[in-house]
Design a protein around this ligand. Structure first.
Ligand code: 5RP
Length: 215
């Protein structure tokens, strides 16, 4: 799958315009995108990064990393996903960077999502849904999620996000109404962000493979 990821990432370079400040996601597919940007680091003005991991990789390529508070809204955000459905709704957060990813997606006019074909599903939920939670609310949020969704929340033990929080991965979901699920989970006190990108889905999907599809 890594060749499919690389091909999707290379295609996303076509959306990058000279002098842009580009929003950059997190993960192994995005790593290929950062490396592609790094072939000509002076072409973009800067990047706004969704994680410490991506920040380090961007800086290693000599790309300036800017704070979103200074950049203002962005024209372009490029990121991967753990699952996508036919409406370009996504599950994200396998790399625990969902909160900053969601913030940058919201701040961006165009969200280009780069994936390999294995991420395609008819209904979201086969991949456990990541939820970032304030540590003291972990058990409360787990109970609320269980009673609200019937899904099984599992604490991602040993993982602390870049924001100092914990992750619950919710198993056994079939998310037939992603907007309603995202809205409902967002209301639970202690939830920082839900890894469902349905209220703000991707605008463009690039699926790598023998034939690269741009949807
Ligand atoms: C990180 C994410 C990633 O986009 C997602 O996990 C996909 O990762 P990869 O490109 O390594 O398959 O949401 O929080």
């Amino acid at each position: 799958m890594s060749e499919a990821k690389r091909l999707a990432a290379e295609k996303a370079i076509e959306f990058v315009e000279d002098g842009m400040t580009v929003g950059v996601g997190t993960g192994s597919t995005v790593a290929y995108f950062i490396d592609a940007l790094g072939r000509d680091p002076g072409r973009i003005k800067a990047a706004v990064s969704s994680s410490e991991q991506s920040t380090a990789r961007l800086r290693a390529h000599g790309i300036e990393v800017m704070d979103l508070n200074h950049s203002g809204n962005l024209s372009l955000y490029v990121d991967g996903a753990d699952e996508f459905d036919p409406k370009k709704c996504l599950i994200k957060g396998g790399g625990a960077a969902l909160t900053r990813e969601k913030i940058i997606a919201q701040a961006s006019a165009k969200f280009v999502c780069i994936v390999d074909p294995s991420k395609q599903v008819p209904v979201l939920g086969k991949f456990p849904l990541p939820v970032e939670v304030i540590p003291m609310a972990r058990s409360l949020v787990a109970r609320e999620i269980l009673s609200l969704t019937g899904g099984q929340p599992v604490w991602r033990d040993g993982v602390i996000t870049d924001n100092g929080n914990v992750i619950l991965d919710v198993h056994n979901l079939a998310i037939t109404d992603p907007v309603a699920m995202e809205t409902a989970l967002n209301q639970i006190p202690g939830v920082v962000a839900v890894g469902l990108f349905a209220r703000r889905p991707a605008d463009v999907l690039i699926i790598g493979g023998d034939t690269v599809q741009v949807l």
